[in-house]
Design a protein around this ligand. Structure first.
Ligand SMILES: C[S@@+](CC[C@H](N)C(=O)[O-])C[C@H]1O[C@@H](n2cnc3c(N)ncnc32)[C@H](O)[C@@H]1O
Length: 303
């Protein structure tokens, strides 16, 4: 495992060096520093103590943000594995909340922004099918990544007899208003998230949610996203990790054997909001919760 890991790190550094000239130079440089550091625990501790806190969260990119299929695939496959583990239950609070909303409120349209390989929906659908409790719910998964979409289809393959699954480039209002043929319908698409207000309008989606997505955006995009979801959604659930130095330690240990996932785990934590920032964003009527696994949730419901 150590040899494979070391080899993988060398390959990543070599690929990053090739990228350096034509892409975001700052992000490439910081990624190279990170991968040099994780060659040994001592070097990594040094990096955590002296370099990590100087990283500019507006400019940094995670490895999977670079247009390289192999890195994206590696991240999503390992993310699925981690998200399936009962401990730390990475997406458990959001899964429980969405199952509860679906059971209590019977939403017709649930959209997930930056849905990735759809492990969240896979876990929710598993519960709904077991209970036989889903009635005409359509999960709309939006993601710009073709790799994520392919992995999502594979991830949901276990339900192929029980759900309707459609893959489209851009989903339209009319298509979403069509009647479901089965109780659970899933639509994978890559609509531009920043145009959703123009395409769908006021309160079109019963539920808008997203997990581990917002930290990928720059500040100006985060503000635009907040405006858009407030227009298109009736019930909004934002879920991500919060920034905490302490949580970097167990996370680094858990992902040490998987360099791409470790990069995503550590860099995303550095890009996340702090608890203080999250409390500062809180507005009347919103409910902010923190969870032991290092995540937060903001629920906002339109009257
Ligand atoms: C860390 S992954 C999280 C995936 C999934 N939500 C989960 O929790 O497993 C972030 C996802 O956001 C997607 N993404 C990032 N920026 C995006 C954008 N502007 N539009 C659509 N998807 C985006 C990426 O392709 C990636 O699949």
């Amino acid at each position: 495992m150590e040899i494979k890991r070391a080899q993988k790190i060398e390959e990543i550094i070599a690929e990053l060096k090739k990228l350096k000239t034509d892409l975001n130079g700052y992000a490439v440089e910081k990624n190279i520093e990170f991968f040099e550091a994780i060659k040994s625990p001592m070097r990594y501790i040094g990096w955590l103590l002296f370099s990590a806190n100087k990283i500019d969260k507006e400019q940094i990119l995670e490895l999977s943000d670079f247009p390289k299929e192999e890195w994206e695939e590696d991240l999503h496959k390992n993310l699925i594995k981690m998200e399936r583990k009962k401990i730390p239950g990475m997406i458990e609070p959001l899964k429980k909340k969405l199952v509860q909303i679906i059971n209590d409120k019977n939403p017709r349209l649930v959209v997930n922004l930056g849905a990735g390989a759809m492990e969240l929906e896979r876990q929710i659908i598993e519960v709904l099918l077991k209970k036989g409790s889903a009635k005409n719910v359509t999960f709309v998964a939006i993601d710009k990544s073709i790799i994520a979409k392919r992995l999502a289809v594979e991830n949901l393959a276990q339900f192929k007899e029980d759900i309707e699954l459609e893959e489209v480039g851009r989903v339209t209002k009319d298509r979403l208003l069509e009647n479901n043929k089965k109780n659970i319908r899933v639509i994978l698409c890559s609509n531009d998230i920043f145009e959703l207000d123009k395409e769908f309008g006021e309160g079109f989606f019963d539920v808008v949610c997203f997990a581990k997505f917002k930290h990928h955006l720059q500040d100006v995009q985060k503000k635009r996203l907040d405006t858009i979801i407030a227009i298109i959604g009736k019930y909004i659930v934002e879920f991500d990790d919060y920034r905490s130095w302490w949580l970097l330690i167990p996370q680094s240990i858990a992902t040490w054997g998987y360099p791409v996932l470790m990069n995503g785990a550590v860099f995303s934590r550095l890009r996340d909001y702090t608890k203080k920032e999250l409390r500062g964003r809180s507005v009347a009527g919103n409910r902010l919760s923190f969870f032991k696994n290092g995540s937060y949730m903001i629920e906002s419901i339109k009257p």
